[in-house]
Design a protein around this ligand. Structure first.
Ligand code: UD1
Length: 420
C-alpha cells in the first residue's frame, strides 16, 4: 500500500492548475446512461473515483474511449445494455448509486447495489429512493440490492426533499429529464457541481430551469442530443490549496478556477489574515505571519462552508493564535482526522459534532494513517508544516479524489515522496 513521506516544514510557493471537479464528473458520467448518441466530456480529473465510475459504465455496456491523456473521454452506447450495478463497484464509491436514476428513467429497470456505510457515517440512500418512487419507480431491497423498475416512462411530479441532499438532488434531476411531463424539485442542493450537471444536461437539450433558489423545474423530453462538455474546476481542491498557502505563509497563484464559487471560503481565509486577490479564473493568495482564530466555524450546505473542507480548515486553526470551534453538521462521524492530528501534536477536544481546537500548535512529524479522502489531505497539510518527517499510511484515499497531488505539491516546494 502506498505511503507518503513528507519532510517539513515547507512553504507553498508558485502556481498551480486546478483539475476538473470529481464531484461534478461523477453525476455527469452517470447521466450519460440517458443518451443514445455519443457524448464527449472534457477536463476529466484522473482520479480513482472517476475510474470506478467509468468501470461501472463499462460494466453496464457503455463504450469508453479516451481521446487525450485520459482528460477527454467519448462515451457511447453498445447494443449490450446491462442493468446490474455490482456491490464490488458501488461499495468503493457511494456515488455509484447515481446510476439508479438514469437506468430506470431510460430502460425502466435496474439492479443496483446499496452502497453501505463508510467511515464518515451511515450515509443512507432513502432520499434517493423516496424521490425516485414519487417519479414512478417501484423497488424492493433484496440481499443488498435495489431491484427497481417502472411501468413505462417515469412520470413528472412535485417532490419536496425533507433534507437537502447533493446525491438525491442529482439522481432526481437526471431521472426527471426523460420523464413524462413536468417535475418540480423543492429544497434541492445547489452546490456548483449540481449546476454543472444541469448545464451539461441542458447542453444536450434537457429542459431544466431553476425557478427559485432551491427549486428546480424539469420538463421531460424524449431523448438527449449528442454533446461536448467541459467539466468545471474542483472547488475542494482549490480550497485545499488556498489553505496550504495560508498555513505555510506561502505565496500562491491558483489558475483555472472561478473564485466566485468559493466566496465563503475566501472570506474566511481573509478573516484569518490571508491576503487574497481574485481575477476571472484565478486566485492569488499570500499567507499571514500570524493566523487568527475563528470562534465558530459551522459546516452547512452550499453556499455555506463545506464539510469537504472541514478537516483542512481544522489544521489551519491548529496554527491560529487562539482557540477555535468547528461544528460538523453534515456527517455524523467526520472527525476521524483528529486522532491522527493529535499524534502530530494537535490539541483538539471533540464532543459529539463539535471540536474545540487550541491554537499555536507546533506540529512534530510522526507516522500516521489516513481514514477518508478529505481527512487524508488534512494530514498532508499538517505534515507540510510539521517539523521533521511524517509518514502517512493508506494514501489510497487521496488517490480517490486528488489528481497528481504529490507532483503538484512538489512543484510548489513541498518535500514529498510516494513510497510504493
Ligand atoms: C456529496 C459529495 C460529498 C460531500 C457531500 C456533502 C459527491 C460525489 N459527494 O455526497 O463529497 O461531502 O455531498 O456536501 O458529490 N443522507 C440521508 N439519506 C440520503 C442521502 C443523504 O440521510 O438518501 C444524509 C447523509 O448521510 C448526510 C447528508 O444527508 O448526512 C448529506 O448527504 P448528501 O448531500 O446526500 O451527500 P452525498 O451526495 O453522499
Amino acid at each position: 500500500m502506498d505511503k507518503f513521506l513528507i519532510k517539513g516544514p515547507c512553504k507553498i510557493k508558485g502556481q498551480v492548475f486546478i483539475s476538473g471537479s470529481k464531484n461534478a464528473a461523477l453525476p455527469i458520467l452517470a447521466s450519460t446512461l440517458l443518451f443514445d448518441k455519443p457524448v464527449i466530456i472534457q477536463n476529466l480529473p484522473q482520479v480513482k473515483d472517476v475510474d470506478t465510475m467509468l468501470s461501472l459504465l463499462k460494466s453496464l455496456g457503455s463504450k469508453i474511449q479516451f481521446l487525450k491523456n485520459k482528460k477527454v473521454v467519448k462515451i457511447y452506447k453498445t447494443k449490450e445494455q446491462k442493468y446490474f450495478a455490482s456491490y464490488s463497484l458501488v461499495k468503493t464509491m457511494r456515488a455509484g448509486i447515481l446510476v439508479l436514476g438514469p437506468l430506470v428513467a431510460k430502460f425502466q429497470k435496474s439492479i443496483t447495489s446499496l452502497p453501505g456505510g463508510c467511515t464518515i457515517g451511515a450515509r443512507p440512500v432513502n432520499y434517493h429512493l423516496n424521490a425516485l418512487k414519487k417519479l414512478g419507480m417501484k423497488y424492493e431491497i433484496k440481499k443488498g440490492y435495489i431491484h427497481a423498475s417502472s411501468n413505462g416512462k417515469l412520470k413528472g411530479t412535485k417532490i419536496k426533499f425533507s433534507k437537502i441532499s447533493v446525491g438525491a438532488t442529482e439522481n432526481s434531476i437526471i431521472a426527471a429529464c426523460l420523464a413524462n411531463g413536468k417535475t418540480i424539485l423543492e429544497n434541492c442542493a445547489i452546490e456548483p457541481e449540481i449546476k454543472d450537471l444541469v448545464n451539461f444536461l441542458k447542453s444536450a437539450g434537457a429542459n431544466i430551469k431553476w425557478i427559485r433558489k432551491r427549486t428546480c423545474q424539469i420538463i421531460g423530453i424524449n431523448s438527449l442530443n449528442k454533446t461536448t462538455y467541459s467539466i468545471m474546476g474542483d472547488r475542494i481542491e482549490t480550497g485545499t490549496f488556498c489553505v496550504a498557502a495560508t498555513l505555510t505563509k506561502g505565496n500562491l497563484k491558483i489558475k483555472n478556477f472561478n473564485p466566485r464559487l468559493i466566496q465563503t471560503e475566501i472570506n474566511l481565509l481573509k478573516k484569518v489574515g490571508a491576503k487574497i486577490q481574485t481575477g476571472k479564473n484565478e486566485i492569488r493568495i499570500k499567507g499571514p505571519q500570524k493566523i487568527k482564530n475563528i470562534s465558530k466555524l459551522v459546516t452547512k450546505e452550499y453556499p455555506n462552508f463545506p464539510t469537504d473542507l472541514q478537516a483542512q480548515f481544522m489544521v489551519l486553526l491548529c496554527k491560529a493564535t487562539g482557540r477555535s470551534r468547528i461544528i460538523e453538521n453534515i456527517f455524523e462521524n467526520r472527525f476521524m482526522h483528529v486522532a491522527e492530528l493529535r499524534r502530530l501534536g494537535a490539541k483538539i477536544i471533540v464532543k459529539d459534532n463539535k471540536a474545540t481546537i487550541e491554537g499555536k500548535t507546533d506540529f512534530l512529524g510522526a507516522e500516521i494513517m489516513s481514514s477518508d479522502l478529505r481527512a487524508s489531505v488534512a494530514l498532508v497539510l499538517a505534515a507540510i508544516v510539521a517539523k521533521g518527517e511524517t509518514k502517512i499510511n493508506r494514501i489510497y484515499h487521496l488517490d480517490r479524489g486528488y489528481e497528481n497531488i504529490e507532483d503538484k505539491l512538489k512543484k510548489l516546494g513541498v518535500n514529498i515522496k510516494r513510497l510504493s
